[in-house]
Write a new protein. Structure first.
Length: 184
């Protein structure tokens, strides 16, 4: 699949089979992520791959964060425990900003976001479905502690990955014209 096709046909899609994704495939996705550009070659990305019971451990952290934030509805808490089981593989992607004095922190985040896009496109090109989850729990100190991220770093998302249960839907985008200014 060429890159233009991959970009235009990739969708966030969470309906996946409970079928293991081979480690070699996950390693390819991780490796492609590291080819994202990073200013001063700081390569600020960090990864954690969760499979099997590792997903249960993540559910427990999400549960603790929810309790800490005042959630006490037992049905909601049970759903939170199950969230990591939406896919057989979760790749957690985090940023650890460089200590290089020339590095600009926002650019470190940008590099990791580009890394995430590379990974999503790679998964799609290999016939996998994926979706990128973010949200308030990502930025909780308990999440940093669980993944061993420094106080300066941040967890930037969970990439849920698996084999799709059905064909991906077509996407829609607004035309680029209204949001583009040509300066000649």
């Amino acid at each position: 699949m060429d890159v233009l096709t991959a970009i235009k046909t990739r969708r966030s899609f969470g309906l996946v089979k409970d079928e293991l994704v081979p480690e070699e495939v996950i390693e390819q996705i991780l490796e492609v992520g590291t080819w994202a550009p990073s200013h001063f070659q700081t390569e600020p990305w960090r990864f954690a791959v969760l499979t099997g019971d590792g997903r249960k451990k993540l559910g427990n952290v999400l549960y603790r964060i929810a309790i800490k934030n005042g959630e006490n509805d037992q049905k909601k808490l049970e759903k939170i425990l199950e969230k990591p089981f939406r896919a057989p593989v979760i790749i957690t992607v985090a940023v650890e900003p460089s200590t290089n004095p020339k590095a600009i922190e926002i650019e470190e985040y940008g590099a990791v976001y580009a890394c995430i896009q590379n990974m999503l496109l790679a998964a799609h090109s290999m016939g996998l479905a994926s979706f990128w989850r973010t949200g308030k729990p990502m930025y909780d100190p308990l999440m940093k502690e669980f993944f061993g991220i420094s106080e300066k770093g941040e967890v930037l998302g969970f990439l849920y990955i698996g084999y799709p249960k059905r064909e991906l839907p077509d996407g829609k985008r607004k035309p680029f014209g209204p949001v583009t200014k040509w300066i000649k």
